[in-house]
Write a protein that binds this ligand. Structure first.
Ligand SMILES: N[C@@H](CCC(=O)N[C@@H](CS)C(=O)NCC(=O)O)C(=O)O
Length: 209
């Protein structure tokens, strides 16, 4: 009998500290989708993962049907289609998608240039930080008087964006703490302190739940 046919759960190829993988794990965990976890070393990706998804990025989810989902937002959407008891899926995607596009596009580009200046010779890490800060101020404005980005309830957009804001904040925690971003800082702390985030960041998990 092949290994495939003995599988009990979908397989999630993940990297603990990857923000894309974090958002996927959070949605899967929230939806109560049990997964077998494979922690990937980005410098030496498993052949089994590359066979499923040759583009070589994590997360990759292989369902029991054999179907492969290899984009983090698609994994989130699939998970919440199984169970969205906390109503994370938005009633309209327009605003959520626009904010995520800005996060995954311009903000992520600036985050990488700020966090990994050695990868961008000739780039200016502090210019990138200040460009990223513009997005953080936008988020801070949205969060004024709101616990979360769409109102008082956590939703898809918070979870999709939060791991990237976390990385940006951690790049220089003292600098981040000194910024006038009180609503964003409170939002970040709430999500960092959540049981959900703690659960998906536990080390050496063989299964997600
Ligand atoms: N668009 C992809 C991006 C995923 C991504 O870039 N993941 C990074 C890790 S954080 C990766 O696997 N990079 C490939 C590498 O470093 O070799 C998604 O949303 O799933």
């Amino acid at each position: 009998m092949s290994l495939e046919s003995t599988r009990q759960y979908p397989v999630l190829y993940s990297f603990r500290r990857c923000p894309f993988a974090m958002r996927a794990r959070m949605a899967l965990y929230q939806a109560g989708v049990q997964c077998e976890m494979v922690e990937v070393e980005l410098k030496s990706k498993p052949a089994a993962m590359l066979a499923l998804s040759p583009k070589g990025s994590v997360p990759v989810l292989q369902l029991l049907s054999g179907e492969v989902i290899d984009e983090s937002l698609d994994i989130m959407r699939w998970a919440l289609q199984q169970n969205d008891s906390a109503h994370w899926l938005p009633s309209s995607w327009v605003f959520t998608q626009a904010l995520i596009d800005e996060n995954d596009g311009e903000f992520k580009l600036n985050l990488d240039r700020y966090k990994y200046p050695q990868r961008y010779p000739g780039g200016n890490s502090l210019v990138a930080r200040d460009k990223g800060l513009i997005f953080l101020h936008q988020l801070n404005t949205l969060l004024k008087g709101n616990a979360y980005l769409l109102g008082q309830q956590v939703s898809f957009v918070d979870i999709a964006i939060f791991p990237f804001v976390r990385q940006f904040a951690n790049t220089n925690a003292d600098w981040f703490a000194d910024q006038s971003l009180p609503s964003l800082q409170r939002w970040l702390k709430t999500l960092l302190d959540s049981d959900l985030f703690k659960a998906i960041m536990e080390k050496n998990r063989s299964h997600l739940l």
